[in-house]
Design a binder for this molecule. Structure first.
Ligand code: GLY
Length: 340
């Protein structure tokens, strides 16, 4: 039988084993925010306002930012996400999304989800209703249908025409006739990432995308990968990414940016240092003659104390912010000036 003394000494030993060294968890964590702020990729300008207004009214940060990204998911004109998102090589729209809820330390994710317009909500349902974190493909769809999500055709006529144009131009010797129009073929890796902190310092993050246009069916990008497409630690901050997912996955960029902030690095330096690591991890075939990556990518970060920043590999990108000054677009910091 365990005596009270045994129990206390066992409990003390267990506590010593489970308590992580303070230095691992927090070198100098930002203090809690005193004012809410929501940031997103530039296509989230409408969404940051919706999310901010909800947070001010007391809505949970994750519910608020998911309402924010739902605007883009349901907007057929945004060809990087949800309905109207660019399809894969077979002409099928496959969506990825993930989210993290800081206060409860939970996460959810879906990959290669077909027929459901709001993968961010399905990712949250995985988080809320299952013991799992990631569901992909047919299983993710069956789960979504079981949760009451409605199946719909996500391929709009505009996006179908773009896909046909891409397909026709793939090979001059096949049996598809090239279109003689001048419409450029897009190779989008657009996405929406949104991060928020409320006045209590509670944080959340979400990323949702249709992924790389014309991808090989089944390809999953960084967006559904917790720690790459987005990451949130309620002690420190939240971060996420848009752009070439294959590059981000290799550096776990969402996690890395939060870890830099945990070490006391300011958000702008945190996202720039993440980009430096990503550039250093870029394989030779993706480097320009000057040694820089031949693609672009952005990182966005919010610290628990309300400081925020975004940065892009190349000069010229912008991002969306909303705080007590209202919704606006700000310029991203950058690693490389254009033309130099
Ligand atoms: N960052 C979006 C993707 O690569 O799928």
């Amino acid at each position: 039988m365990t005596t009270r003394r045994d129990f206390l000494s066992q409990a003390a030993a267990a506590a010593a084993l489970t308590a992580a060294p303070a230095s691992l968890l927090s070198a100098s964590p930002p203090r809690a925010a005193t004012r809410p702020v929501v940031i997103a990729s530039a296509n989230g300008l409408r969404g940051v306002k919706v999310a901010y207004d909800r947070i001010i009214r007391g809505t949970d940060t994750l519910d608020a930012i998911i309402a924010g990204v739902n605007i883009q998911e349901l907007d057929a004109e945004d060809q990087s996400v949800g309905i109207g998102g660019f399809p894969n090589a077979d002409g099928v729209v496959q969506l990825d999304a993930s989210c993290m809820h800081g206060p409860t330390k939970r996460a959810g994710s879906v990959g290669a989800l077909e027929g459901i317009a709001t993968p961010s909500l399905v990712a949250k349902a995985v988080m809320d209703y299952t013991d799992h974190i990631m569901l992909v493909g047919e299983g993710a769809k069956r789960f979504a249908l079981a949760m009451g999500f409605k199946e719909q055709n996500l391929l709009t006529e505009k996006t179908r025409q773009d896909w046909l144009r891409w397909k026709a131009r793939l090979n001059p010797n096949d049996f598809w006739l090239d279109h003689d129009d001048d419409v450029a073929i897009k190779y989008s890796t657009g996405t929406i990432n949104m991060n928020a902190v409320n006045a209590a310092g509670d944080l959340s993050s979400v990323t949702t995308t249709s992924g790389m246009a014309w991808k090989i069916p089944g390809r999953i990008g960084d967006s559904p990968v917790i720690g790459a497409g987005q990451y949130c630690d309620n002690l420190v901050g939240a971060a996420g990414s848009t752009g070439r997912g294959e590059a981000n996955i290799k550096v776990c960029g969402g996690f890395l940016a939060v870890e830099f902030m945990r070490q006391g690095v300011a958000p702008e330096q945190a996202v720039l240092k993440t980009l430096e690591r990503l550039a250093a991890m870029t394989e030779q075939r993706l480097l320009r003659p000057d040694g820089r990556p031949n693609f672009d990518i952005q990182f966005y970060a919010v610290a628990k104390d309300g400081r925020y920043a975004a940065a892009s590999l190349y000069e010229g990108a912008s991002f969306a912010v909303c705080d007590e000054r209202g919704p606006r677009v700000e310029k991203c910091a950058f690693l490389y000036a254009r033309g130099r």
